[in-house]
Design a protein around this ligand. Structure first.
Ligand SMILES: Nc1ncnc2c1ncn2[C@@H]1O[C@H](COP(=O)(O)OP(=O)(O)OP(=O)(O)O)[C@@H](O)[C@H]1O
Ligand SMILES: [Mg+2]
Length: 231
């Protein structure tokens, strides 16, 4: 299978008041097309930092990041934004929807940046919202949607550009268990249809949807393999 994403010897340092904090320490990881990977680890271990680097939202202090054939280290900010827009679909724990914008317009937004025509934008956003089960709620603002519905809008927004990789940072973290399971069913279906998914979670049940679990502690990968057996 093709390697979609490769990072090698990636470190990330944060400097605060002259003190350097090593959030990622020499991390290497490679993800192939069609994989479903869960990232787990204690709070503060560097999971979100890693996701931001994989998702081209941030740059490493040192090390190499490749998304398909693109070398992130040498890309300038405009190229980075372009790579992000065409290859990455990001789903956040806090949904990150525009508050004063309807569900459908939120989903259309990445297509505005991608300069897709208004007509095609509407059609694609509509189709995505139907796919996540929100055909009745397209005109609702985020405040008029439940948490689970808001996260489904966010997933539709992440998918509407047909990204090569879907990144989700604790997508069920702010949801009740039923909404969380509905969201995981969507990810499971996406995976079954061939999508590449990297998902951060604290929840072993959520991680069981993945075929591979990468565990991080103190900015280092401490294990990488199949999910542990359910007890
Ligand atoms: N912008 C920043 N400046 C300084 N330190 C930061 C910054 N962002 C993150 N850190 C530190 O880096 C470490 C890793 O943070 P990160 O957000 O990646 O953790 P996490 O594994 O996602 O934790 P959680 O499970 O709580 O979301 C933490 O100790 C955090 O305080
Ligand atoms: Mg985090």
């Amino acid at each position: 299978m093709t390697t979609l994403l490769r990072i090698s010897n990636v470190s990330k340092e944060y400097k605060m008041d002259g003190v350097v904090f090593q959030a990622l320490d020499n991390v290497s990881l490679s993800i192939k097309k069609g994989e479903f990977v869960a990232i787990m680890g204690p709070s503060g271990s560097g999971k979100s930092t890693l996701m931001h680097i994989i998702g081209c939202l941030d740059r490493p202090t040192s090390g190499k990041v490749y998304i398909e054939e693109h070398d992130i280290f040498t890309a300038d900010d405009a190229e980075l934004a372009e790579i992000r827009n065409t290859h990455i679909g990001f789903v956040f724990q806090q949904f990150n929807l525009l508050r004063k914008t309807s569900a459908i317009s939120n989903v259309e937004l990445p297509l505005v940046y991608a300069k897709v025509s208004p007509k095609e934008r509407k059609e694609r956003a509509r189709a995505m919202l139907i796919e996540v089960g929100l055909s009745e709620k397209m005109g609702n603002f985020p405040s008029q949607l439940s948490g689970g519905q808001q996260q489904r809008v966010a997933i539709a927004r992440a998918l509407v550009t047909k990204p090569s990789i879907i990144l989700a940072d604790e997508p069920t973290g702010n949801l009740d268990s039923k909404s969380g399971r509905d969201i995981m069913t969507i990810f499971q279906n996406l995976h079954d249809k061939g999508s590449t998914i990297v998902l951060v979670t604290h929840d072993e049940d959520v991680a069981h949807h993945a075929k591979r679990v990468v565990r991080i502690a103190d900015g280092k990968i401490i294990s990488d393999g199949k999910p542990s057996k359910r007890t």
